[in-house]
Design a protein. Structure first.
Length: 112
């Protein structure tokens, strides 16, 4: 199993709305596109005074990650949906992709 962990450094004062849009609009679209969302939310600490958030997604393979992500971000549902509300609040982002046992994704997703 492949886990992608994305972190977002947000523009000041946008964290609460970013997380709301992520949870209520973006995550349902990701899941409808077949992308498994393990968890998302706000960071418990702010670095350098910036609000931060995260998104953890799971994929069966690197190829699935590449293909599903490309299809999702090129799709009308994302582009005409929450894209602007998400992207406009991000100062910067960073992603790492790691290989983990399936159990890791299951444990991480229990609180969701």
């Amino acid at each position: 199993m492949i886990l992608e962990i994305r972190t977002y450094r947000l523009k000041p004062g946008t964290g609460e709305e970013f997380v709301r849009v992520m949870r209520e609009e973006s995550v349902p679209l990701l899941e409808a596109a077949g992308i498994r969302v393990v968890d998302c939310g706000a960071s418990l600490v702010a670095e350098d005074g910036h609000e931060e958030a995260y998104l953890i997604r799971a994929f069966a393979s690197l190829d699935e990650h590449r293909d599903q992500e490309a299809a999702f971000y090129a799709g009308e549902a994302w582009r005409r949906g929450p894209r602007e509300a998400i992207v406009s609040r991000i100062d910067s982002s960073h992603s790492i992709v790691v290989e983990v046992p399936e159990e890791t994704a299951a444990v991480l997703g229990r609180g969701r």
